[in-house]
Each structure stands twice: as structure tokens, then as C-alpha cells.
Design a protein around this ligand. Sequence first.
Ligand code: UDP
Length: 310
Amino acid sequence: MRIVVTGGAGFIGSHLCDRLLAEGHSVIAMDNLITGTADNIVHLVGRDDFLFIKHDVTNYIYIDGPVDAVLHFASPASPIDYMQLPIQTLKVGALGTHKALGLARAKGARFLLASTSEVYGDPLVHPQPETYWGNVNPIGPRGVYDEAKRFAEAMTMAYHRVHGVETRIARIFNTYGPRMRLDDGRVIPNFIGQALRGEPLTVYGDGSQTRSFCYVDDLVEGIVRLLHSDEVEPVNLGNPQEMSILELAHLINQMTGNEAGVIFKPLPKDDPRVRRPDISKARRVLDWEPKISLEEGLERTIEYFRAKVG
Ligand code: UDP
């Protein structure tokens, strides 16, 4: 297949490019590099089966020749990034999704949207099944991401219903691994960076809020299975192993031998209290579940960041 990955120089996008190339597909990665980085794909440049196009997908996307699939992964994705880039985030979720769907339609390609657990907002149902409609503050600081992705899901379903595009929607829960930016503000790079520098870990609030962390290789496996499946409606992809942020801090301090402990900082506005995917649907329709334990995934991620912290 010839596959377009928008956000191909991002954290998840670049791992997806690696995986698709390893399976023998040819890949066109598109990215405007506002939060992605060429470092993530530099090892692919020069291959015959790989092409990088620096492009902002909120503008018309032109691709020469056939395309079999469009995987739309372009978007700022960490709270710090999307709060600093609120308009770009809304535009890529809305206009970018429209353009990527337009490309898929024009080429007769399958389309897969990278959606998010943020469509559930600060959830009142726990764990979150795909049938839950969510609890989102549209005008809060996180609304720019949450509503952009909710709009993106609506647009994807509309292209499916009106134009018959073969569409797939992955609701991606917290994912981590190598190629996250050390300064992207998300909890795992923040904590590992702080731990490797011997600083106390910045726990927001009292640290009792929960998240469930999925290693990127497991996530990519789920994405590939979803792409090849027949499931049109959204599918949660994430690791159901839930923990509090304080527990995560202690684990990272222990794994890195950091003795500086933790310090508490104010909880950001609208920070979800709990989050954990119900993955029964992914188990059923994709025969998928995460395989990599948090300890193993963190080992690999710490290794990656060690080289960056220096
Ligand atoms: N968090 C924290 N310290 C940090 C960064 C994040 O305690 O240095 C918390 C944050 O408030 C949230 C959780 O960790 O409760 C996960 O935050 P992240 O930004 O990784 O992603 P989110 O799941 O909120 O989108």
C-alpha cells in the first residue's frame, strides 16, 4: 500500500511510519514540524519507499499518484502544546481533518483518524467505554483540543455516511515512549527529565488523579489492526492499567534512583480526575490488548531520555 501519515514526524506518527515501512508499505509523511521534529524521521530519509513533505495540512493537500490509506495524526497533543497553540490545534482538528478526508475521498483511500480519550473530557463514567458521550468544557483551556477532536470524529463520520469513505476512528489514551519531546510538558517526559537531573518531580494537585499509560509499540499495533479491520465506529486504544500520578512519580524515582522526591504544584484547570480505557471492544473486534508492562516501557523510555539529558 501507499500510505500518507499526517503528523508523520511526531511522536506516534513517526513510530507508525517505521512500522508501516517494516511491513513493506510505502509511506509519505507530512508534517509542518511545529511540534514534530525531523529528528524523528531522519533515519528514514533517503529510502526509496519513504517521502517527507513539509506541509501544514490545514491547507489543500496535493499528492501525486495513487494513495491507499490516509492516517491523520497531525495535531499538537500535549496539554502544554495545545494550550500554547490553541488556534493551530482547532484548525488542524477541523480544517486539517477536512483536507485529509478530502484527499482520502479523491484517491479512494481508507482514512484513519487519530482521536483521543479527551473526547470524554473529565469523565463521569469510569472506565470509559466508546458509548460514553463525555463531559467536556467547550470553553476551557483544554476545549481547543477536545472539541477539535470531537469535530474531527463528526467530520469523519459525515464523510463515511455522505461520501462512502472507508473510515476508522482510534480513541487514543495516554501513550508514552521514545521520541516524546523532553519539554512537551506531559507527565512521563517531565518526570523522567526531572529524575535524570536529580530534581524533585512536579506532581500537580495532590497526585491522586489517575491515568493509564500505554507503550507506543502496543498502540501502533492497535492502530495497524484497526486500519485493517471493518470497524467504522470509534475504538478505544490504551492500556487499562490505571495508577495515580503520585504512584507514577514514586515508580520513576525508584527506577532512576532519584532521591529528590516530589514537590506539589497547582492542578491545571479541567485536569481530568480519572482516566482508564474500557478496551473490551478492541479485544473483541481487533483481538488486541497491550503486551508491554509499564516497568518495561518505562525502562526503554528512560534509556531514550538518558541520551537526551546527557
Ligand atoms: N502532571 C503532573 N506533573 C507534571 C505533568 C503532568 O502531575 O509535571 C499530571 C497532570 O496534571 C495530569 C497527569 O499528570 O493529571 C497527566 O498529564 P499529561 O500532561 O501527561 O496528560 P493528560 O492526561 O492530562 O492529557
